[in-house]
Ligand binder design. Structure first.
Ligand code: DMJ
Length: 642
């Protein structure tokens, strides 16, 4: 018998008959073929059925597991058989746990419902498009990464640096009971300012003492950074208001966050926040303040990314994008802003070991040293793109002031080793004396403003700080001119006192003239306001420390009384709009510098000199004390006053 040979699959199947089969009709062979096909079909249907049965019919073992699960769920119910639930009368049923059928059914229903819900969720997932699912997975992934990052990103560890022994933070209680009484009054004013802010403006930058709510300005980027808390901390500490200090410390620790989308003033944030935090750190020794100062300083660094390295006036804390004030001449940066970073940045490098801060401020100094100066004067405006001066305006008041102050203080803070800073200061003072300082017809020494080759005989309240600066810089001035500078300081103090004394409220105007018979009085309505500024009182304090002439305490007390009488309201202290009016209106702002500076200088004026001695501490332009650093770069730790 021959068997049909199988042809390659691609060929037709043609049976090859054995010789004995040659008589089979052709159609019979065809019939057999279709039978085979039908058989094959039946077979495959059967196999499919078996598979189906195997996979889809209920599985006993699964049932077993389900039952076990169910038993587990039921155990608590059957542990204690309930009355009437026994299969009474049945042998062996006595005491045996019997499950209520209804109860079992309800549990089964619950489990079924759970399964249904899970199935529904799975179906919904499957209905989503590939893109939607991918997006969901991506979101989940990023969330996990973010969570991990949050766990990892604690404050960067800072190198250990010697913490100075705090020098001269004594009680400073004056021996004279009358002076003590005055000092107590200043502390009470601070309490009123702080408590009011605590009650009505807590966490906001400043306070509206009449509206009794928070206040802010664009210098803080309209975000709630608690400027008054940071600015007030060291004053609270120096005054011994420790509960209040702790309260502020806690707020800073828990709430002060610089990862905010806020465009802030680099200068203001530096002098108020970095200065305030550093001073709080040095006074209290609390590491947290240092950490916060460094976190903030890192956010300011992108402001220096300009073609010249002269920083932008403003920087966005989140994006790092910088820009300048719209009102500044030809897109310029401001001398008093980019020139008032040195003290804080030197300390930042010391505390972090990161040279970037020091390099940035030294770069500014070097760049300025190379520039031509009209009449030896520094114009207030400098373009950070071109490195050229803007308008040739020079001022020791607004827009220029603290640049000169920081030259002198860089020298003092370096324990008088930064002689380059001292020389730059001396040269600047010489040019200022020659071109800006004059005596009025009535014999008052004033500092005018230089505008395009012309001297404007007007002095701003801000420029009154210079009396203190001249006194502070007297020792160490060239050609033994110490006496001359101390005298100049005294004359400026006198002029500024006159600007207060010639008003109705005995508070000084924002700017005053020495022209056409006018002597130290404001002319324009928009120069008659007093916004709780410190500069005149600051000068009284420095003059007091260097001369101990009682008139400075007297003048300081006059100012304190006037502030208490005309600026105090139930919700704090407010600026006034016209110091020449016996019925002034309020501006409804309690400035943060009132707590940082005005009240601090008043308190120090009525304290003994061993509180914050000037040989050991240098006050930044917001009155935040920073310790003197010796030539080795270390913060001074031992001092005769300690
Ligand atoms: C303070 O913020 C600082 O003293 C700054 O240097 C200029 N003046 C204000 C207060 O008047």
């Amino acid at each position: 018998m021959t068997t049909p040979a199988l042809l390659p699959l691609s060929g037709r199947r043609i049976p090859t008959l054995s010789p004995g089969a040659s008589s089979f009709p052709h159609h019979r062979a065809t019939l057999r073929l279709s039978e085979k096909f039908i058989l094959l079909l039946i077979l495959s249907a059967f196999i499919t059925l078996c598979f189906g049965a195997f996979f889809f019919l209920p599985d006993n073992s699964k049932h077993k597991r389900f039952d076990l699960g169910l038993e587990d769920v039921l155990i608590p119910h059957i542990d204690a058989p309930k009355e009437g639930k026994h299969a009474s009368g049945q042998p062996g049923a006595e005491g045996a746990p019997v499950v209520d059928q209804e109860e079992e059914e309800s549990l089964r229903d619950k489990i079924r419902a759970d399964h249904e819900r899970a199935l529904q969720e799975a179906k919904e997932k499957l209905r989503k498009s590939r893109e939607e699912l991918q997006a969901e997975i991506q979101t989940e992934k990023s969330k996990v990464i973010e969570d991990l990052k949050k766990k990892d990103v604690g404050p960067k560890p800072l190198p250990p640096v010697p913490m100075p022994k705090v020098v001269g933070v004594s009680d400073g209680e004056p021996a004279d009971p009358d002076v003590k009484e005055k000092r107590d009054k200043i502390r009470e004013m601070m309490k009123h300012a702080w408590d009011s802010y605590r009650q009505y403006g807590w966490g906001h930058n400043e306070l509206k003492p009449l509206a009794k709510k928070g206040h802010s300005t664009n210098i803080f980027g309209n975000s709630q950074l608690g400027a008054s808390i940071v600015d007030a901390l060291d004053t609270l500490y120096i005054m011994g208001l420790h509960e209040e200090f702790k309260d502020g410390q806690e707020w800073i620790d828990q709430n002060l966050d610089f990862s905010v989308n806020a465009e802030v003033s680099v200068f203001e944030v530096n002098i108020r926040f970095i200065g305030g935090l550093l001073a709080a750190y040095y006074l209290s020794g609390q590491e947290m303040f240092k950490q916060k100062a460094v976190q903030l300083a890192e956010k300011l660094l992108p402001a220096f990314n300009t073609p010249t390295g002269i920083p932008w006036a403003m920087v966005n804390l989140k994006s790092g994008v910088g820009r300048n004030w719209g009102w500044a001449s030809a897109g310029s940066s401001i001398l008093a802003e980019f020139g008032t970073l040195h003290m804080e940045f030197v300390h930042l490098t010391y505390l972090t070991g990161n040279p970037a801060y020091y390099q940035k401020v030294m770069h500014i100094r070097k760049l300025l040293a190379k520039m031509d100066r009209p009449n030896g004067l520094y114009p207030n405006y400098l373009n950070p793109r071109t490195g050229r001066w803007g308008q040739h305006h020079t001022s020791v008041g607004g827009l220029g002031d603290s640049f000169y102050e920081y030259l002198l203080k860089a020298w003092l803070m370096s324990d008088k080793t930064d002689t380059e800073a001292r020389k730059t200061y001396d040269d600047a003072m010489e040019a200022i004396e020659r071109h800006l300082i004059r005596k009025s017809n009535g014999g008052l020494t004033f500092i005018g403003e230089w505008k395009n080759g012309h001297l404007e005989r007007k002095m701003g309240h801000l420029a009154c700080f210079a009396g203190g600066m001249f006194a502070l810089g007297a020792d160490g001035s060239p050609d033994d001119k110490a006496g001359h500078y101390l005298q100049l300081g005294a004359e400026i103090a006198h002029t500024c006192h006159e600007s207060y004394d010639r008003t109705v409220l005995k508070l000084g105007p924002e700017a005053f003239k020495f022209d056409s018979g006018l002597e130290a009085v404001a002319v324009r309505q928009n120069e008659k306001y007093y916004i709780l500024r410190p500069e005149v009182i600051e000068t009284y304090w420095y003059m007091w420390r260097f001369t101990h002439d009682p008139k400075y305490r007297q003048w300081g007390w006059e100012a304190a009384q006037a502030i208490d009488k005309y600026c105090r309201v139930s919700g704090g202290f407010s600026g006034v709009k016209d110091v020449y009016s016996s019925n002034p209106t309020y501006d409804d702002v309690q400035q943060s510098f009132f707590l940082a500076e005005t009240l601090k200088y008043l308190y120090l004026l009525f304290s003994s000199d061993d509180l914050m001695p000037l040989e050991s501490w240098v006050f930044n332009t917001e009155a935040h004390p920073l310790p003197v650093k010796s030539s080795s770069g270390k913060v001074q730790t031992n001092h005769k006053h300690s």
